[in-house]
Design a protein around this ligand. Structure first.
Ligand code: ADP
Ligand SMILES: O=P(O)(O)O[C@H]1O[C@H](CO)[C@@H](O[C@H]2O[C@H](CO)[C@@H](O)[C@H](O)[C@H]2O)[C@H](O)[C@H]1O
Length: 445
């Protein structure tokens, strides 16, 4: 027997932007845990939900607000009856700040503050515009607290990595302030993570696009090189390369490292082939491009020396880095969304991140070509921007102490293709009009 609230949730959850099980019918929602965080009206409860779909079960987290009557400003978050999604209610979210500041244990929920910090309470929150797979609350101009929606048992790699790098005094992470956890399947599981909000910083993707736009302004003056037009990004790309190498060095110092021997490298090539085959089945547009990728994976499988592995970012691209007045700061050390936690925490080659960022330069250069009336003319400018910034990033990476030599070129090429294959799947599912961007990686056109 389900309760009336569970029935309301079953009708509501599938429509949420962050719901990961879209496209499959919801067979039912059950409440696994229900903790009161504030009594009265409005009231606040923390729920862990179990969502049943096609024989599988996923967990989600919800801050449940209760009010006798739902005001207009909260209508968009209304679940039904007197219930709503309280992530959107600044009158209630302050409870989380207070609990983290006090290091409170409330029922099975454990709220903690990072050692050595003081959390300012009494700030009002807003949900960050780009609500995607998670929901981020920005408190005043001070903090950003990410509520993980779909819960996977275990400590989130982001908390593990950012707190470790903060303890080492890294200038390339946003200061961690607090988090809260609960036990799921007997494992301490991250529910939310709060960091300094970089209110004056810009993300790498929008800075790169501004630069690409500047260069496109010179569509009819191909004789003027990218280095001489306004808004050149190469110096920033180089700095980003240096910062990336430093983050990799910090990760290697903070966590265990290892090596992959040739048989393991062969198995890695096998896994990449399996992913390629799977994506070929899902995205017919990839057919005809697979020969070049297979050739790169063959060369990878032939590497006969061990390669070094360590903790890495795992889903590194221009949208994951922010430029403050002083530094490039790296966000979202969660690995590729959708992969199991143990895979996202596994040791890997740092060139995985280098490949991700190289792909991102290519994305930035081509993104504005789509639907552009002068797209054909601009293709060579796009290629010029991409080549210039990729080279600057790699120069910075080696200058910062990163290693790209010998067999690394073979490894890097295979990883770039692997990322492009992943992107083909990602775009086909999420943004089909963007599919030509990763497809161009296989032809260079
Ligand atoms: N510390 C921060 N300061 C300012 N903005 C941030 C911060 N962390 C994240 N953001 C913003 O939120 C966006 C999404 O953050 P991210 O951690 O990548 O979440 P998701 O896992 O949902 O992709 C970023 O692109 C950035 O614009
Ligand atoms: O930021 P997320 O962890 O959600 O990463 C996913 O979404 C990204 C898109 O936002 C996607 O990145 C791809 O698009 C970017 C431009 O929007 C581009 O800079 C990246 O190079 C490209 O891979 C990422 O792959 C996906 O995991």
């Amino acid at each position: 027997m389900t309760t009336a609230l569970e029935d309301l949730l079953a009708g509501w959850i599938g429509r949420q932007r962050w719901f990961a099980g879209k496209g499959r019918a919801i067979d039912g929602v059950g409440i696994e845990s229900d903790v009161e965080l504030k009594s009265g009206d409005p009231g606040l409860r923390h729920l862990v939900l179990q969502v049943h779909q096609a024989g599988a079960r996923d967990r989600y987290q919800l801050l449940l607000g209760t009010r006798r009557s739902i005001p207009q400003r909260l209508q968009h978050a209304h679940i039904g009856g007197r219930y709503y999604d309280a992530a959107h209610d600044a009158e209630l979210t302050g409870v989380l700040l207070e609990a983290m500041a006090q290091g409170a244990d409330i029922g099975p929920l454990r709220f903690r503050a990072m050692e050595g910090v003081t959390i300012e309470t009494g700030l009002r929150s807003l949900v960050l515009g780009a609500e995607q797979s998670n929901t981020s609350l920005v408190y005043g101009e001070a903090y950003i607290c990410k509520l993980f929606r779909r819960l996977v048992p275990g400590v989130n790699p982001e908390v593990e990595i950012v707190t470790a790098l903060a303890r080492r005094g890294s200038p390339h992470i946003a200061q961690p302030y607090g988090w809260f956890t609960t036990d799921i399947d007997g494992e301490d599981t991250t529910l939310a993570f709060m960091q300094r909000y970089l209110s004056t910083a810009n993300d790498g993707w929008s800075l790169a696009l501004a630069s690409v736009r500047d260069l496109y302004g010179y569509a009819h003056q191909p004789e003027i090189p990218a280095s001489e037009v306004g808004g050149d990004f190469a110096a920033e790309s180089r700095r980003l390369g240096i910062a990336t190498a430093r983050v990799h060095r910090e990760l290697a110092a903070a966590f265990p490292t290892g090596t992959l021997d040739p048989p393991e490298i062969k198995r890695m090539a096998e896994r990449l082939r399996a992913r390629l085959d799977q994506t070929l089945l899902e995205v017919p547009q990839l057919r005809g491009h697979d020969a070049v990728v297979h050739a790169a994976y063959d060369r990878l499988a032939d590497i006969d020396r061990p390669i070094t592995v360590q903790r890495v970012h795992g889903d590194y691209h221009l949208g994951q880095v922010m430029r403050t007045h002083t530094e490039w700061v790296v966000l979202d050390f969660e690995g590729e969304p959708g992969q199991p936690l143990e895979e996202r925490r596994a040791l890997d080659t740092p060139l995985r991140d280098v490949a991700g960022m190289l792909r991102s330069f290519d994305y930035a250069s081509r993104h504005l070509l789509m639907d552009h009336p002068e797209g054909r003319i601009l293709t060579s400018r796009a290629a010029e921007w991409s080549a210039r910034n990729r080279a600057a990033f790699l120069d910075g990476y080696t200058e910062g102490g990163g290693r790209v030599h010998g067999d690394d070129a073979v490894l890097l090429r295979a990883l770039e293709y692997a990322k492009a294959v992943y992107e083909v799947g990602y775009e086909a599912r999420n943004r089909p009009t963007w599919l030509p961007i990763p497809l161009a990686a296989f032809t260079g056109s």
